[in-house]
Write a protein that binds this ligand. Structure first.
Ligand code: TYD
Length: 203
């Protein structure tokens, strides 16, 4: 049987990444074989494209093409084989991020993104998507304390409000697989929401 595909999404500073390993541990404890990966990235080629995406100036179409080029390699080399083996795949961001960042954030044509999506992974969609929802202002405060910003993290709060709206639309459209996590609260409270949602799936 095909394994489960679980993705983690949210604007920069939403705090999603710290919750992936605990979810992996929980699933391993219940007997699942778990692959943890991320986008852009997850293969040597896609990690090289990630470096470019996060640092090199480029226009929105180039950005969209590189994101999907990285995804193509990642799906073929890592995600699809793992799911075919029956493993559970936990992925830090996937195509919802492209609709949120390149689509809503950059204002790039979502019809083109849909076409690229259908070329790259037509039949493959996540089974569950955790959306870590936090205001653009709170996310910016967290980021300011954290690290040197990359090309996306340098964007202003209005950009992240648009990205957030993009995620909201995705969550409404794909309400079956989206679980909204209130990420404005402290880390333990966020973690409890994630674990409760996971337990509710009985995997
Ligand atoms: P991120 O998960 O934030 O990595 P880190 O926590 O290590 O900074 O992902 C890197 C950036 O890539 C993030 O700012 C969002 C951006 N991104 C897109 O713009 N489109 C996409 O399709 C993906 C997967 C990521």
């Amino acid at each position: 049987m095909r394994g489960r595909f679980i993705t983690f999404e949210g604007i920069d500073g939403a705090g999603k990444s710290t919750h992936i390993e605990p979810v992996a541990e929980q699933l391993r404890a219940s007997g699942h074989t778990v692959v943890v990966t991320r986008e852009p990235g997850g293969t040597p080629l896609a990690e090289r494209l990630r470096e470019l995406l996060l640092n090199a100036p480029m226009d929105a179409l180039t950005e969209a093409l590189l994101v999907f080029a990285a995804r193509r390699d990642h799906v073929q080399q890592v995600i699809a084989p793992a799911l075919a083996r029956g493993d559970t795949v936990l992925c830090d961001r996937f195509t919802d991020a492209t609709f949120a960042y390149q689509g809503a954030g950059r204002g790039f044509d979502s019809a083109v993104l849909k076409t690229l999506e259908s070329w790259v992974h037509a039949e493959l969609q996540p089974d569950l998507t955790f959306w870590f929802d936090v205001s653009a202002e709170q996310a910016a405060e967290r980021l300011a304390a954290a690290r040197t910003p990359d090309r996306f993290e340098q964007q202003d709060a209005t950009f992240f409000s648009r990205v957030s709206d993009g995620y909201r639309v995705r969550a409404e459209t794909y309400s079956q697989r989206f679980v909204r996590i209130d990420s404005s609260v402290d880390r333990d409270a966020v973690s409890r929401q994630v674990m409760t949602a996971l337990a509710g799936r009985c995997w």
